[in-house]
Design a protein around this ligand. Structure first.
Ligand code: NAI
Ligand code: MG
Length: 483
């Protein structure tokens, strides 16, 4: 444990694999290291799962599902246990938030939001355990015909580094509510809170094998989970490239699949919008979590008549953002998660300049160490520019303009992605019309990045398929409705 780590948390997460209710070393003895993105310092080393460890985790999950108590438990008892897990997370929320900051580099204030939403997700899905009703179907003849909503079986959950605990919760909570067993593979950059989740689940009495956690690399542990014949469903959040590969591997097998992939969301400001409120929402929409968000509002479409005033207001607001130590509660923009991600952002920003867009960055002081990037605004952006088309996954906003609602729709939909969009207008009828015509899974109006466990979230087109959250996110973990 390094000095930085020690001042942030009094004790670290468990550092081994969690398989069948036991903490175990990797069969190979391999370890992987995680670093604090804001300083580059070592945070922890944890056991690194490879194929043989994934085999063991799937075997434990299979045994828990095929012969263990969990799927057979009274639904009310499953609900109670999930509620207790939510309470345990809530009781430990401060420490978990700080661990999340150490692994991700996100501001502590935002990690605290993740923790609240994690607790909410477990509580929400705890409530569904007792409400998995089937149907009775009026067939011909004197017979009773009915459907049962049965769990899918063993779920392989693969999650990214931008919201490690929250993305785990979005999969683990509905999967467990339905009575499934889970093998969770956190991202190699951010394994700590997933291990903590396993420890808390064990402490509140989740039976062995129901939740297994195997930190490891995507190409080894992740791919082994995807290929494993003992897995009934893969739930993946991450890049479109890897999602596509997973789709190909799963095609032709009997595995169910849900994919939450990338985005290039448009935030659309009409001239009649409440502009100050809109600018605040735009800033939150792109600079939250350093822009490392699949639904980040990375394209701003502004009606031409107000573009100058909007850009002026945006620049003023950018200059007030505090970039720096993510453990400081006053920080607005923390560190980029990794050197690789920082280099990706730098490369795309350089392409924007080379292709002729105009760059603005506030003159804020950046820390000397760590992977920091200034909040960035591009104007004079053309739809053909890479910064208008590719997911940057960083604090970079590209501004485009439009004249008419039709042109706004045309430009907003001109992308291979379709995860989310935002509309800013005081006209109710326009909101309803735009929401219908935007090819995006989620459309926010006069707000952005609002999440609630009651509401489905997921994408059109290359942003993936299937939904997380709400009833739809639950039914992704039962036969009959799984995909
Ligand atoms: P990634 O898609 O490689 O990683 C996400 C998860 O998938 C991690 O747990 C990783 O270990 C696993 N993984 C990687 N390759 C795998 C494989 N062949 N089989 C099974 N699992 C595999 O994303 P990465 O490389 O971390 O980030 C690259 C870009 O992806 C980002 O710059 C961003 O544009 C996008 N991304 C989107 C996310 C989202 O929330 N939709 C989250 C993370 C990244
Ligand atoms: Mg990758």
């Amino acid at each position: 444990m390094t000095a930085t780590t020690r001042t942030a948390v009094e004790r670290l997460a468990p550092d081994r694999l969690f398989i069948g209710g036991e903490w175990v070393d990797a069969r190979s003895g391999a370890r992987l290291a995680t670093y604090h993105p804001a300083t580059g310092e070592l945070v922890a080393e944890v056991a690194e799962a490879r194929e043989e460890d994934v085999d063991a985790a799937v075997a434990a999950a299979r045994a828990a599902f095929d012969a263990g108590p969990w799927p057979r438990l009274d639904a009310a008892d499953r609900a109670e246990l999930l509620w207790k897990l939510a309470d345990a997370i809530a009781a430990d929320a401060d420490r978990l938030a700080r661990l999340e900051v150490l692994d991700t580099g996100k501001p502590i204030r935002e990690a605290q939001i993740d923790l609240r939403e994690t607790v909410d997700a477990f509580r929400y899905y705890a409530g569904w355990a007792t409400k998995l009703h089937g149907q009775t179907i009026p067939v011909r003849g004197a017979v009773l015909n009915y459907t049962l909503r049965e769990p899918v079986g063993v779920v392989g959950a693969i999650i990214p580094w931008n919201f490690p605990l929250l993305m785990a919760a979005w999969k683990v909570a509905p999967a467990l509510a339905c009575g499934n067993a889970v093998v969770l593979k956190p991202a190699e950059q951010t394994p700590l809170t997933a291990l903590e989740l396993a420890a808390l689940a064990a402490r509140v009495g989740l039976p062995p094998g129901v939740l297994n956690v195997v930190p490891g690399y995507g190409e080894t542990a992740g791919a082994a989970l995807v290929r494993h014949p003992g897995v009934d469903k893969i739930a993946f959040t991450g890049s479109t490239a890897v999602g596509r590969q997973i789709g190909q591997l799963v095609a032709g097998t009997d595995k169910a699949l849900t994919l939450e992939l990338g985005g290039k969301a448009a935030n659309i400001i009409f001239e009649d919008a409440a502009l100050d409120q809109a600018v605040e929402g735009i800033v939150n929409g792109i600079y939250f979590n350093q822009g490392e968000v699949c639904c980040a509002g990375s394209r701003l479409l502004v009606q031409e008549s107000v573009v100058d005033v909007v850009i002026e207001k945006l620049k003023d607001r950018l200059a007030t953002l505090r970039v720096g130590d993510p453990l400081d509660k006053n920080t607005d923009v923390g560190a980029i998660n990794s050197r690789a991600q920082l280099e990706k952002i730098e490369e795309l920003v350089a392409s924007g300049v080379a292709e002729g867009a105009e760059i603005y960055q506030p003159a804020c002081q950046l820390p000397e160490r760590g992977y920091f990037f200034r909040p960035t605004l591009f104007t004079n952006v053309a739809q053909s520019h890479r910064i208008a088309r590719e997911e940057i996954f960083g604090p970079v906003l590209s501004v485009l303009t439009f004249r008419t609602p039709d042109e706004a729709i045309e430009k907003a939909n001109n992308t291979e992605y379709g995860l989310s969009a935002g509309i800013w207008t005081e006209k109710g009828s326009r909101i309803l019309e735009m929401a219908r015509r935007l090819r995006a899974g989620v459309v926010w109006a006069n707000t952005y990045n609002k999440f609630d466990p009651t509401s489905p979230f997921g994408g059109y087109k290359e942003s993936g398929f299937g939904r997380e959250g709400g009833l739809h996110g639950l039914l992704a973990y039962v036969r009959l409705e799984d995909r």
